[in-house]
Design a binder for this molecule. Structure first.
Ligand code: HEC
Ligand code: HEC
Length: 323
């Protein structure tokens, strides 16, 4: 944060400097200095004003996000909660928090290596009781999942982009119960974990290039489980499908963070039967035998009811609202 604050102060200083140089140029006696210096000065000043605004916006987004914290929250940790939490974690969290598929959420996945732009360090945490959980209350864990806001009140770099705001209160508590129930397992390396976004990341966030999802306030409930589109949408949310394929599953254009883009899953599913879909999600092979390159292994752990709901959701017409 301090480094980014310094960059912000330097940008403000540059605005003042170029503003002053522009003023001097306009007041100059020679006509050509007035005109050329004035134009260059105005352009440079506006350039740094724009950078300062983006940086300031990124700064408030990152370090002053809206959130609520229930300091008294205590998750009971019933066997049902633990089992439900494990189910979701195996599908949704293990991809990043168990990168080497050791069966324990030991973290250490350096995501900055996957992104073609230098945005700072982004390393997933050890989520067993040997790691960051020791320093987090149940309320703080609930807040980071619901609002993407970490212990010190700033945005948790990567978690804030993920779809867990839309997980129900019950499922969020189930996840916390499961995380706390695991055997404490140390990470393989002592390399620091967590995220430090650099000034470029803040600039890009401020310029709206990585939109942070809208805050979700109040109680969140899940639709009643069943093989229907409404519940399927919920499964597609915690199953991470919508994070990649877009809120409507209609695909995503290539972007700075993902230069390859993602195909329209709804268009694809039109000619795919329920049985073919199940097989595809469990074997990683399309009906024509070609291999899926997306991370299907986690989704393959979904139970039949959830895969069925997902299928109904993909078959139903896309909604117009984007939530
Ligand atoms: C796409 C990768 C990714 C996925 C999927 C993911 N995480 Fe994370 N998680 C991270 C990274 C990276 C961090 C380090 C801090 C940051 O950037 O947010 C983190 C940090 C955390 C933290 C610590 C946050 C704090 O500072 O208090 C918790 C708790 C957490 N994740 C829980 C989960 C749970 C539970 C799931 C599944 C429901 C999950 N994560 C899924 C990447 C991921
Ligand atoms: C990490 C991003 C990511 C996640 C998560 C993800 N997908 Fe994909 N998906 C892709 C990409 C990229 C492709 C195309 C490349 C490939 O896998 O062959 C794809 C392909 C597909 C296809 C085939 C489309 C085609 O035109 O060939 C379907 C159907 C699909 N995904 C459904 C899902 C469902 C359902 C989920 C959630 C359980 C999901 N995806 C999760 C990125 C993702």
């Amino acid at each position: 944060m301090l480094g980014n604050l310094v960059v912000l102060v330097i940008l403000i200083a540059l605005v003042a400097l170029f503003g002053w140089l522009t003023y001097r140029a306009i007041r100059a006696k020679k006509m050509w200095v007035k005109i050329v210096g004035g134009i260059l000065g105005v352009v440079a000043t506006l350039f740094f004003v724009a950078l300062t605004f983006a940086m300031g916006k990124g700064f408030t987004t990152m370090y002053m996000p809206p959130s609520t914290l229930d300091a008294n929250l205590k998750v009971e940790g019933t066997p049902e909660q633990i089992a439900r939490g494990k189910y979701i974690a195996d599908i949704s969290c293990s991809g990043c928090h168990d990168p080497e598929k050791t069966g324990a959420l030991v973290g250490g996945f350096d995501m900055s290596q996957e992104i073609p732009i230098p945005l700072g360090t982004i390393v997933s945490y050890n989520l067993t009781p040997a790691g960051v959980l020791q320093e987090r209350t149940d309320g703080e864990l609930f807040r980071v999942l619901r609002h993407g806001v970490t212990k010190d009140g700033s945005l948790s770099g990567f978690m804030s982009f993920l779809p867990y705001r839309q997980l129900s209160d019950e499922d969020t508590k189930a996840l916390i119960a499961y995380l706390r129930s695991q055997p404490p397992t140390p990470s393989k390396s002592n390399a620091p974990q967590g995220t430090q976004m650099n000034a470029l990341a803040l600039l890009m966030i401020g310029a709206g290039m990585f939109p942070i999802p809208e805050p979700v306030m109040g109680v969140v409930t899940a639709p009643a489980p069943g093989e229907n589109a409404a519940y399927g949408k919920y499964v597609a949310t915690f199953g991470e499908c919508r994070g990649c394929h877009g809120p409507q599953m209609t695909g995503a254009e290539p972007s700075a963070a993902d230069p390859a883009g993602v195909p329209d899953a709804r268009a694809f599913i039109k000619n795919v039967s329920r049985e073919q879909f199940f097989q595809m999600m469990r074997t990683g092979k399309r009906p024509d035998g070609s291999e899926l390159k997306m991370p299907w292994e986690n989704a393959s752990k979904m139970n039949d009811a959830d895969l069925g709901a997902l299928y109904e959701y993909l078959k139903a017409p896309a909604e117009t609202a984007s939530k």
